[in-house]
Design a protein. Structure first.
Length: 350
């Protein structure tokens, strides 16, 4: 918390140094997240562009609707990865008067657009194409070509997924992959992982559909495989959209980080109690912390300011992504001791 006219206070100078150190640590973590996300995105983009081209060529020669659906899927994935890179770049813009907390949430906006594209362009189109193929089935031409393309595509998608897993593992920790996708604040890695898993599963559906069509001579199986691909993409898009929506609406700190912030506030003895605490992610690597803390009524203003500086420094040390911190001192009257579960606040709010 900064008061007007405190520029020459030695304690404030120390606080600024602590904040700069905290911001520097957070920027290092942010750069690590960005580097990991970019590696996974580039690997997925390179794989999907090559795969999309070969799938469209295989569709042109064989007439397989599964290959067309998979080609559209890979093309949509390529557009998605470009959007993720654009979102990451735009989120690094400096804050301005209209956006005083910066543009970190642009990464969430672009990730949400990705889910819409995956749903509409990939999923709905594939379902439509599968229904059309079932209504008007026809045998495959150059039957070996789509099978060869599918095998190569599986290898390339497997490499992309392997890269995504390797870059995500340091951020996942000891939790499950489902938990990582659900709790991750940086959207790029979960998006790439979901896309790659969906791509490999879709390729398996396409391989089964094309294989049964070749074995039976009935093009209906190709159409059924295409519908399964579309249903898979719609499901992944819904999951991704729901998770990104939660981030757009605003998520607070994890339970572990919230406990660390609580401990950082209380451990130094400067405050008697946390009256209330609220946190909010302004972006994947920037956490807002706002708290009202109880202070003894006899404390001088200079002592209160020093207490706040010390608490801020401990919070940044405990949770480096806590880069925006507002602490409001309040008076907790204790003439009659209150139960541990109650908080008595006497103050006129402005």
């Amino acid at each position: 918390m900064t008061e007007p006219g405190a520029e020459h206070s030695p304690r404030r100078d120390d606080a600024r140094e602590a904040q700069a150190n905290g911001d520097g640590e957070a920027e290092k973590q942010s750069g690590h997240h960005d580097s990991s996300g970019n590696k996974a995105i580039f690997a997925a983009l390179a794989a999907n562009l090559g795969i999309a081209l070969t799938k469209f060529i295989a569709w042109a020669f064989s007439g397989s609707s599964s290959m067309l659906a998979e080609g559209v899927h890979s093309l949509a994935d390529s557009c998605n990865q470009i959007l993720l890179m654009v979102g990451g770049r735009r989120s690094r813009r400096d804050a301005d008067r209209e956006h005083p907390f910066g543009f970190g949430r642009e990464r969430y906006v672009y990730a949400f657009v990705v889910s819409i594209i995956l749903f509409s362009v990939g999923g709905v189109f594939s379902v439509y194409e599968g229904i059309e193929k079932i209504a008007n089935p026809h045998p495959l031409e150059v039957w070996w070509l789509p099978l060869a393309v599918l095998v190569v595509s599986m290898a390339l998608e497997g490499y992309s997924l392997r890269t995504g897993i390797r870059e995500s593992r340091p951020h996942k920790g000891s939790g499950s992959w489902a938990g990582f996708i659900r709790r991750a604040k940086a959207p790029e890695l979960p998006v790439v992982l979901l896309e790659d898993v969906a791509a490999l599963t879709g390729l398996a559906f396409a391989f089964i559909g094309v294989g049964l069509t070749i074995l039976t001579g009935d093009g209906v199986w190709d159409g059924i495989g295409t519908i399964f691909i579309g249903a898979l993409l719609v499901t992944v898009a819904i999951v991704l959209g729901m998770e990104t929506k939660s981030l757009l609406v605003g998520e607070g700190a994890s339970e572990a980080d919230a406990r660390a912030i609580d401990h950082a506030i209380l451990s130094g003895g400067e405050t008697e109690r946390i009256i209330h605490l609220k946190t909010l992610y302004l972006g994947p690597d920037e956490l807002l912390v706002a708290a009202k803390i109880a202070q003894p009524p006899h404390k001088r203003l200079e002592e209160v300011a020093a207490s706040i500086d010390a608490i801020e420094a401990r919070i940044r040390d405990a949770v480096p992504v806590a880069r925006v911190i507002y602490l409001e001192p309040d008076v907790l009257h204790t003439a009659e001791p209150a139960p541990a579960t109650e908080t008595i606040v006497i103050k006129s709010e402005d």
